[in-house]
Design a protein around this ligand. Structure first.
Ligand SMILES: NC(=O)NC(NC(N)=O)C(=O)[O-]
Ligand SMILES: [Zn+2]
Ligand SMILES: [Zn+2]
Length: 453
């Protein structure tokens, strides 16, 4: 079987289905799963050719990463569709959902969205959907973007890191929520809030800690719950466990609220960040081990709904490694390709199962962006998006296997469990042990929740 082939069946001794992991034949036709044959059942539709038998490698639904910054157009040297979707394919990610910022222009108007689509066409190795952005004064652009296929919008409550994507005040949220009433879309919040100014703590320069209690006001996940959440609100990249009781309270009060955390808050702790290691900088910052354990407990308890990458790379110079100054370095971590093994390496020791992994990284993220009818789990009628991997195989993150545009990731040199062998998008092999199709096959663009064009 070679890369780029269109499969008619995938066979494995370990297929992760909704209720169990068992031997199964996944019959594929026209890019869709048509049958899943278990318990030795065969069917008239069982094909004879283009069958991929992966033995006892695990076959699971392809990962849906709903938080990826592909900064094209405008900052393609930070990350572009070609490299972002190749690294996604190498990581078992079959759908990415692109964030509306760091590209120039940002996805804040219909025209800007159409420009993004034009740039993405023909460059995507995996399926790609797009978030819009809410900024002050663009409320009249929201409905046209929904009609054009965005499943929701991201907004910031503090400076976003890029001037062309200003943060919102309450009055802007009022206007946006009025527009979004009844549309069924979701509003994603970067819910850090700038608290009262504090005297800059006396810390040795260049430590993540300085960032944590920064003189820019104590930036925390002071969860700013959107008042009278009249639409589905989603808290992105929760970093501080202090927000967990607030989230629980909001839900008790009936707020339609979902929450994500990221691989870096679950896999990295402030205590392990070397002085000046600004490639670890992200906003909100990575916090201590005690906080990390509380995030894991909230994940186990179902209070945090999903885990994403928040892949937010930049060019190496903007990480200011020469000064190691966390206050001026770009906030964002490059990690897209390694989400599955990062999560699994830590989760397997905490009693999480392969089913939990599908729920947290496929099902719930697909639901967030309105594509759960075709992505996020294995069932007849769904897209044949699969990842073939070995949860027990350890490997080292080496520069030579990184397909991100910029290789500067805090995970370099780390040994992880869960090597990805094959990634299949709508029945096509898009990654096979280091090999990719010469060109992306077809148009992996999902501009409407229910259709790809
Ligand atoms: N402009 C950004 O890419 N910001 C992102 N940066 C992070 N998370 O460090 C984000 O998600 O807020
Ligand atoms: Zn953010
Ligand atoms: Zn982000």
């Amino acid at each position: 079987m070679e890369v780029g082939s269109e499969l008619t069946m995938v066979r494995s001794k370990r297929v992760v289905l909704n209720s169990r992991t068992c031997p199964a034949d996944i019959v594929i036709k026209g890019g869709k799963i048509v049958e899943i044959l278990t318990d030795g059942r065969t069917s008239a539709q069982t094909p004879r050719e283009k069958i991929l038998d992966v033995g006892d490698l695990v076959v699971m639904a392809g990962i849906v990463d709903s938080h990826v910054h592909v900064n094209e157009p405008g900052r393609t040297d930070w990350e572009g569709y070609w490299t972002a979707t190749k690294s996604a394919a190498a990581g078992g990610i079959t759908t990415i959902v692109d964030m509306p910022l760091n590209s120039i222009p940002p996805t804040t108007t219909l025209e800007n969205f159409q420009m993004k689509l034009q740039m993405a066409r023909g460059q995507c190795f995996v399926d790609t959907a797009f978030w819009g952005g809410v900024i002050p004064g663009n409320q009249s652009a929201l409905l046209p973007m929904i009609k054009a296929g965005v499943p929701g919008f991201k907004c910031f409550l503090i400076h976003s890191g890029v001037d062309e994507f200003p943060h919102v005040a309450e009055v802007d949220l009022e206007a946006a929520m009025a527009e979004l009433q009844g549309t069924g879309c979701v509003l994603l919040f970067h819910a850090e809030k700038e608290l009262e100014r504090v005297n800059p703590p006396i810390h040795s320069e260049g430590k993540n800690k300085t960032l944590e209690e920064s003189s820019l006001g104590t930036l925390r996940d002071g969860l700013v719950l959107p008042f009278h959440c009249v639409i589905h609100c989603h808290i992105v990249h929760l970093s501080s466990a202090e927000a967990v009781p607030i989230i629980q309270e909001a839900r008790k009060a009936g707020a339609p609220l979902t929450v994500e955390t990221t691989h870096h808050y679950l896999s990295l702790a402030a205590e392990e960040i070397p002085t000046g290691a600004t490639h670890y900088k992200c906003c909100p910052p990575i916090r201590g081990r005690c906080n990390q354990e509380k995030l894991w407990s909230a994940l186990k308890a179902g209070i945090i709904d999903m885990v994403v990458s928040d892949h937010s790379p930049c060019t190496a110079d903007l990480k200011r490694l020469e000064t190691g100054d966390f206050m001026t370095a770009w906030g964002g971590i490059s990690s897209l390709q390694f989400g599955l093994p990062l999560f699994w390496t830590a989760a397997r020791q905490r009693g999480f199962t392969l089913h939990d992994t599908v729920n947290l990284m496929c099902k719930n993220t697909a639901k967030l962006c309105g594509i759960e009818d075709r992505k996020g789990s294995l069932a007849p009628g769904k897209d044949a998006d699969l990842v073939v991997w070995n949860p027990d195989k350890e490997f080292e993150v080496k520069e030579s296997i990184i397909y991100h545009k910029n290789k500067l990731t805090p995970y370099l040199g780390r040994r992880l469990y869960g090597e990805v062998f094959i990634t299949i998008v709508r029945g096509n092999i898009v990654y096979l042990q280091g090999q990719f199709p010469t060109l992306p096959s077809g148009e992996h663009i999902l501009v409407n929740a229910n259709s790809a064009t």
